[in-house]
Design a protein around this ligand. Structure first.
Ligand SMILES: [Zn+2]
Length: 419
């Protein structure tokens, strides 16, 4: 089984041994079908730069693994022989997307092909006196009974509210009280005890996965698009998604736009910085600045009922409350400064505002637009799209996508021929 690394962009390098080349060609076909849907063999071969005979051999291999299916023939008027399109299959293979929160774990089971199998939410105590990694590993192992008969688990992706270590398996999270918790090791051991020794176990920051999902769903052609994502439930999280993949950078920490410096003397963030984007944009700060709650009440409300906390701001703004409008104007300006810097450093096709930033977007956009004026007058940035979605950050769904990808990117190690 391939060990997860800090840099997993799905591009297996070409030109190694023949095994490596084969793996890379198989993955190219699977990615093409994932990104384009059912396609003719001709289009798939051309899109992947493969010859006809190589294509026949590789598709035969993928069909034997039930990763690709041949669909019913399509007859085109005037064309010769009817052609049979091919499509992603993956139905016998099961993956698990896991989202770890402070006091609970969300799990979603799916086939590699994308059919949802089950959803569950487990309460879990990750307090300091427990070994959090073991608690999580037990929670994941308890879900194995949900894998339906005839399906085999091949990949698990775990979304954590924190940073993943350079080894790709340890997690540091202030929210969970984890300092280098050995999550990957514990989960592999728990799966291994049940005989599952070849399951891919990936770990990512929760907002990387939320950004991945948002980019794949919202962008018209994610495979050729660069996107920056900002979202959150009550605090800002962020990601960069390049050509449909999380951009992780040298150590897995790229896309941490939520903690860009936007104010020299701003409030203190949990990250330790003064005046980072999250410190001035998080919901508790906005509630207090708008005069809707004092600092203590605001801090409590975002924990007990984050949705209600955001609703107070939305309703206040709709009612024309001067304090709320001023707070959101200032917030839009701060977000605009951060977005301006991101446009200059990354030049994305799109900036996605999701989660509570999506809900507040109508009131943030005027000030945000003003901050971008100097930028979008310049040619390279003129076509930048700002996309808004007010759905909760889709972290579990993003983890499912990443787990399905793990199988597409390593089909030879994670699946076996079935016929
Ligand atoms: Zn911060």
């Amino acid at each position: 089984m391939a060990e997860p690394t800090g840099l997993r962009d799905g591009n297996v390098s070409r030109g190694g041994g023949s095994g490596e080349l084969r793996q890379s060609n198989l993955t190219a076909i699977l990615r093409y079908l994932r990104d384009h849907g059912p396609s003719s063999r001709h289009d798939t071969a051309r899109g992947c730069g493969l010859g006809v005979s190589t294509m026949t051999d590789l598709v035969g291999d993928l069909r034997s693994r039930r990763l690709v299916a041949e669909l019913d023939p399509i007859r085109r008027p005037g064309a010769g022989r009817p052609t049979r399109p091919i499509a992603l299959d993956g139905e016998p293979w099961c993956v698990m997307g896991v989202h770890v929160e402070v006091d609970r774990v969300h799990v979603q089971g799916s086939t590699v092909g994308g059919t949802e199998l089950w959803q569950d939410t487990l309460s879990a105590v990750f307090a300091d006196d427990h070994d959090g990694a073991l608690v999580l590993a037990d929670a994941i192992a308890s879900q194995l009974s949900r894998v339906p008969e005839g399906h085999q688990l091949v990949a698990v992706e775990i979304a954590v509210p924190g940073y993943v270590g350079l080894d790709g398996t340890s997690v540091t999270s202030r929210a969970l009280g984890w300092d280098g918790a050995g999550v990957g090791k514990a989960v592999r051991a728990a799966l291994g005890e049940t005989g599952l020794t070849d399951v891919s176990v990936g770990i990512s920051s929760d907002f990387h996965l939320a950004g991945l999902y948002a980019a794949r769903v919202l962008l018209s052609d994610p495979a050729t698009t660069v996107a920056a994502y900002f979202g959150g439930l009550s605090e800002v999280g962020s990601a960069l998604v390049v050509n449909g993949e999380i951009f992780r950078g040298a150590g897995g920490g790229a896309g941490d736009l939520a903690h860009l410096h936007v104010q020299a003397d701003g409030p203190e963030c949990w990250c330790g910085r003064l005046g980072c984007l999250n410190s001035v944009l998080r919901v508790q700060e906005l509630l207090a600045r708008a005069g809707l709650r004092d600092a203590e009440q605001a801090a409590e409300l975002v924990v007990t009922d984050p949705e209600q906390a955001v609703s107070l701001l939305v309703e206040g703004a709709r009612d024309g409350d001067a304090g709320v409008l001023a707070a959101l104007e200032q917030a839009g300006s701060s977000l605009g400064r951060a977005v301006d810097d991101v446009l200059g450093s990354v030049n994305p096709h799109a900036v996605i505002l999701g989660g509570y930033l999506g809900r507040l977007a109508p009131f943030l956009m005027p000030a945000l637009d003003r901050q971008l004026r100097a930028r979008v007058h310049e040619g390279p940035y003129a076509d930048t799209q700002i996309l808004v979605t007010d759905q909760d950050p889709p972290v579990t769904a993003g983890a499912v996508l990443a787990a399905r990808d793990a199988c597409l990117y390593d089909p030879l190690a994670l699946t076996t021929p079935l016929r």
